[in-house]
Design a protein around this ligand. Structure first.
Ligand code: ADP
Ligand code: ASP
Ligand code: MG
Length: 401
């Protein structure tokens, strides 16, 4: 079998852990498999490098940031390769460039356009264990690019897809996908199998155990994806096609995203074209608007509110200031999005009612709501978000799953 194994930041967090990873990889190789390993930077390393850049500039050029941040993953790939060589294995490290990972030129959040697998195939055929530095690629004009935070998951899935691997294992510090973040709810339960769509929703709504674009790619390329812990031998969670799952629960889990911010425009003129102007300007600047709410007062003016990722708030502010579409502008980054996810929701009523009642019982004010067939999201004050997660987890009896 060809197996791609990705080890996240905490799994390679110090030298002892890298040695532990080397043993795990060696075991997979000894069992007769071909192995491609994808590694993250040591935990905290990417943030440390960002801090260094911010010492010099509040808006460093994204091309330089990619040069800087991609170094973290290169360090771990070389160290793991050295550890494996010392154990007697033929191993070699590869940067994104060596692994043939081509991306577009959108630095800091580049998209993979294609992977030239020739080099990896050749080196595998020679019997090598390949250790790829995750999170990075190369643009057509030969600049280093990075794939966005959490992007090593995407590197692993994309390589697994392009190489036709039998399995892609994402090793992290929890032994699978849980009904909610186990750091918030101690008695969260591990999910044995989850569909690509549900996992995508979960990841997009803040469950950072898998990066959302990696799940999207896994679905597209039909990659057998498993998340598990690098610290124990427990079975992980299989992310698979919906038809491989016998019975879907009504609610599968609760996600929380604290990296949200809200922009409120008060006293917007209630006339055609204002919303179009606001949202097309944001789109032109690649700002990801999520929830939108608008209400019209008796005096003919309207209030317009929307949410954006916290790290895009500064740009959104600039755009709104220039646009001058409202008398009053307000910005708030102390909000969080709490979401209930479940494919089974499609055929059940009452799920939303339970959510709103639970929030009311806990005196938590819901500031915005949005729903789709398989999720309900609510914006709340960030300081109540963990309370909301715990209460909802209990209300849907997820601890009893
Ligand atoms: P890595 O560094 O290995 O990529 P991450 O920190 O990106 O790991 O993701 C693992 C973390 O995701 C866990 O430590 C956990 O706190 C968090 N997490 C959030 N939601 C969930 C969930 N539903 N199931 C499991 N882990 C979750
Ligand atoms: N090191 C990068 C990050 O912290 C990529 C990753 O670990 O997936 O976002
Ligand atoms: Mg991660």
């Amino acid at each position: 079998m060809l197996i791609v194994q990705k080890f996240g930041g905490t799994s390679v967090g110090d030298l002892e852990r890298i040695a532990n990873v080397a043993k795990r990889v060696a075991k997979t190789k000894d069992e007769g498999n071909d192995v491609i390993v994808v590694v993250s930077a040591m935990s905290g390393e990417t943030n440390k490098l960002i801090g260094y850049a911010e010492h010099f500039s509040s808006s460093p050029a994204s091309k330089e940031m990619d040069m800087l941040l991609s170094s973290g993953e290169r360090v771990t790939s070389a160290l793991l390769s050295i550890a494996l060589q010392e154990m007697g294995y033929n191993a070699l490290s590869m940067s994104g460039r060596k692994a043939g990972i081509y991306t577009d030129a959108k630095h800091s959040s580049a998209r993979i356009s294609h992977i030239n697998t020739d080099n990896m195939k050749q080196r595998l055929k020679e019997g090598n264990i390949i250790v790829v530095a995750g999170f990075q690629g190369i643009t057509e004009d030969d600049n280093v690019s990075t794939l966005g935070r959490g992007g090593s998951d995407l590197s692993a899935v994309a390589i697994a897809g392009a190489m036709g691997a039998d399995l892609c294992e994402i090793y992290t510090d929890v032994d699978g996908v849980y009904t909610t973040d186990p750091r918030i709810v101690r008695n969260a339960k591990k999910i044995e199998k989850i569909s690509y769509d549900e996992m995508l929703e979960f990841a997009s709504l803040g469950a950072k155990v898998l990066q959302n674009r990696s799940v999207e790619m896994a679905k597209k390329l039909n990659v057998n994806l498993v998340t598990r812990s690098s610290f124990n031998e427990n079975e992980g969670t299989l992310i698979t096609k919906e038809e491989n799952i016998m019975e879907q629960p009504i609610v599968s889990g609760i996600a929380v995203d604290k990296n949200q911010a809200r922009v409120s425009l008060r006293n917007v003129k209630d006339e055609p074209g204002i919303a179009a102007k606001v949202f097309s300007k944001l789109a032109e600047n690649d700002i990801n608007v999520d929830m939108i709410i608008q209400n019209v007062g008796h005096d003919g003016t309207a209030n317009l509110g929307f949410t954006v990722p916290e790290n895009e708030l500064e740009s959104a502010k600039d755009i709104m200031d220039k646009l001058n579409a409202a008398e009053n502008l307000e910005f708030d980054s102390n909000i969080a999005k709490v979401s209930i996810v479940g494919v089974g929701m499609k055929n059940h009523s009452g799920v939303a009612g339970t959510a709103f009642t639970t929030m009311a019982d806990n005196n938590i004010n819901i500031e915005m709501i949005s729903t789709s067939e398989i999720k309900i999201s609510m914006i709340v004050d960030e300081k109540y978000s963990e309370l909301a997660v715990r209460a909802l987890h209990e209300a849907y009896e997820l601890d009893k799953a």
